[in-house]
Design a protein around this ligand. Structure first.
Ligand code: GLY
Length: 267
């Protein structure tokens, strides 16, 4: 399977990011967050066919976490109804950009989740042809039902027992390798994913933040600043001949942001 991506969508960090939602309040250095997000953007720009920048919007402090606004499954984009009221409007600008992209990518199909569904893209893991959906404070069963209607037989729902989102504690390194935070709740969440993917296995890392990586082509973006997890991730990357890009996202982590949160990737 190729992990090449023709497009990546990112959304610049607004100055209002200091008011982003936080599970554990901690002061955010917005200047530093901006630099970290810019670096992420530049690394991604070097790895994808075309980087599309959705205009920043000061009304939405969390809007740099563009992953929550949509899920992209092959040539279908499903626009989410974000679970947090203060964030729901973030999807409109992403819809507009994808609608415009249809002019050069006519095979791109757009759908919208509709009320009462709520879903954050951070609760969706695509791996091995399946679409795993975490039922969380943000994502509900109605969203699962609407996704199942769009992608019959591919959707697997599971409870989010730790972290804000499903991908707060796990992510796919490739279609056969799940990275999982080494904590009981994350192991519990990984179990139904591994059960649905014969032949897949897990790699455990001690830090939850480090369990979230972005795989693009033969490269992988990992979190800088978690040395114990990094040793494990570097080893996993080496045996797969992957180029590693280390990114310090410490200020975005304070707003529960992970690496996957900051982009939408289109194959
Ligand atoms: N700060 C990200 C979120 O709560 O959605």
């Amino acid at each position: 399977m190729s992990y090449q991506r023709r497009y990546a969508l990112v959304r610049p960090l607004p100055r209002s990011f200091s008011f982003a939602l936080q599970q554990s309040p901690a002061p955010i250095d917005v200047d530093r967050a901006h630099v970290q997000h810019e670096r992420y953007t530049e690394v991604l720009r070097s790895l994808v066919g075309q980087l599309i920048v959705v205009p920043a919007d000061e009304r939405y402090p969390d809007s740099c976490f563009i992953e929550d606004t949509a899920i992209l499954v092959e040539s279908t984009a499903v626009i989410a109804r974000i679970g947090a009221d203060s964030r729901r409007g973030e999807s409109s600008a992403v819809y507009s950009v994808l609608h415009k992209l249809q002019q050069i990518e006519p095979s791109l199909r757009l759908h919208r989740l509709t009320e009462p569904a709520t879903l954050d893209g951070g609760d969706v893991l695509q791996m091995g042809g399946k679409i795993f959906v975490g039922l969380s404070k943000r994502t509900n069963k109605e969203a699962v039902a609407q996704l199942e209607a769009l992608f019959p037989g591919r959707v697997v729902a599971l409870p989010v027992a730790a972290g804000l989102h499903l991908k707060s504690v796990l992510s796919a390194l490739d279609d056969a390798t799940l990275l999982v935070a080494d904590q009981p709740a994350a192991h519990e969440m990984a179990a139904p994913i591994l059960a649905a993917l014969p032949g897949a296995s897990a790699i455990h890392v001690p830090d939850a933040a480090a369990a979230n990586v972005v795989r693009v082509g033969d490269a992988v973006l990992i979190q800088d600043g978690f040395p114990a997890s990094e040793t494990i991730l570097m080893d996993a990357a080496r045996v797969r001949s992957l180029t590693v890009h280390k990114l310090d996202m410490s200020e975005l982590i304070k707003a529960d942001g992970a690496l996957t949160c900051c982009s939408l990737l289109l194959a």
